[in-house]
Design a protein around this ligand. Structure first.
Ligand SMILES: [Fe+2]
Ligand SMILES: [Fe+2]
Length: 395
């Protein structure tokens, strides 16, 4: 049996581990910690914690303050390999500067991105920012505590996912397409999307220079991104090894940040223009991943560049869809597994339909839109048996 006690810091343990101060000095008093602010952004960090966040959904702290205080406080948190960021914080109310002791309790609804607390491993570092500015402020912290309250229970079975199709920067107007892609990254960062899937064709021309530009933009994303290879990525002369050097294998699978979803990324080029051994390898990989996901009771999201079909499973073969025998092979397989969605690009035309209970989606682009719909991306909320989606437009 696992037993979890409240995690508490106060005078009894001398705020153990809370050592690293920035923009303030902190001393221990009979009551707790006394902050003296020296610049904006005062804080104290504890890099020696190991907290299973699933067991703690409530933060309680007791403080006393005087002097002009206008700003909120924060508790930042980070897991292995993470820095403190606006995407991982508890927002605390503006302190009351009346010289009285106050005990404040906040729950998961003040988390900036709740799933970043509850999912993805233990908390390894914490940072307490009593407020942002406050010349002449005194601030004392008597206790800081994480606990679990049943009434504050939140479940994070939903997955919020951004689907992008064909950024293909340089297709028609390099500068405008790059600017729209940049805007897209900003919009995603300011959204509740927990992960991003880019369904192929990153750059119109693929080489080390263009992929360097693309990767630099991607590095601004605050959530995980999953790259799907398109024909412009892996089917131009000599582009495949360069693409793989930048983004890794062309087919792979990953667990999504929440909701028990498994993403399987496929390389449609290996089905449209088969390379014997590589195609066989991907077929075996897909079979193995589908079986493993089913056994593990995961729901499956598939992503590749070219759609299986565009309007009907029986439509004739062309540049944009899969060869007929492969189409049948794949559709027969999908029916046997808990596949919820199949995300694609390549068409530069949007579509959304359901086939055998599976959502098929081709998203808006930021490059060239043949159906003249708005530029942008799709935001999906996978919520148990329901899928909601909307287009997030880019100008
Ligand atoms: Fe494309
Ligand atoms: Fe394409």
């Amino acid at each position: 049996m696992n037993i979890f006690a409240d995690v508490i810091w106060n005078k009894a343990n001398n705020f153990e581990g809370w050592e690293k101060t920035t923009n303030c000095t902190v001393s221990q008093t009979d009551d707790g910690l006394l902050f003296t602010f020296t610049a904006n952004g005062p804080n104290i960090a504890n890099r020696n914690v190991d907290i299973d966040p699933k067991q703690y959904n409530t933060l309680t702290y007791t403080y006393r303050a005087t002097g002009p205080i206008k700003h909120h406080g924060y508790v930042f948190y980070a897991k292995d390999g993470q820095n403190f960021s606006d995407y991982r914080l508890w927002k605390l109310p503006v302190p009351k500067a009346d010289g009285e002791w106050h005990t404040v309790t906040v729950t998961g609804d003040v988390l900036s991105k709740p799933w970043t607390w509850f999912n993805g491993g233990n908390i390894k570092s914490l940072r307490f920012d009593p407020t942002y500015t406050g010349e002449g402020t005194t601030y004392e912290l008597r206790e800081l505590k994480f606990s679990y309250q049943e009434s504050a229970a939140m479940t994070f079975d939903n997955l919020v996912l951004a689907q992008l199709s064909d950024p293909q920067i340089g297709f028609k107007d390099y500068d405008a397409e790059l600017a729209r892609f940049r805007q897209e990254i900003d919009k995603i960062n300011n959204s509740d999307c927990q992960a991003v899937v880019i369904c192929g064709d990153m750059m119109h021309i693929t080489n080390r220079e263009t992929l360097t530009v693309f990767k630099k933009e991607l590095s601004r994303l605050k959530v995980p991104v999953y790259i799907v290879p398109g024909n412009h990525d892996v089917a131009q002369k000599d582009s495949r090894p360069i693409f793989e050097e930048f983004f890794g294998p062309s087919f792979y699978a990953a667990d999504m940040p929440s909701g028990g979803y498994r993403l399987i990324v496929l390389d449609s080029e290996l089905w449209q223009h088969p390379k014997e051994s590589e195609t066989a390898k991907m077929d075996a990989f897909l079979q193995k991943e589908l079986d493993a996901a089913k056994t593990a009771d995961k729901k499956i999201i598939l992503a590749m560049h070219a759609p299986i079909f565009i309007e009907s499973p029986d439509e004739k073969e062309e540049y944009f869809n899969l060869p007929k025998p492969r189409r049948k092979w794949l559709l027969d397989k999908l029916k046997q597994y808990p596949v919820v969605a199949f995300l694609t690009g390549h068409t530069h035309k949007t579509f959304t339909y359901q086939w055998n209970g599976i959502l098929f989606s081709s998203a808006e682009t930021t490059s060239v839109s043949f159906d003249k719909v708005t530029y942008g991306f799709r935001r999906f909320v996978f919520d148990h048996d329901m899928i909601r989606y909307n287009t997030v437009p880019i100008k």
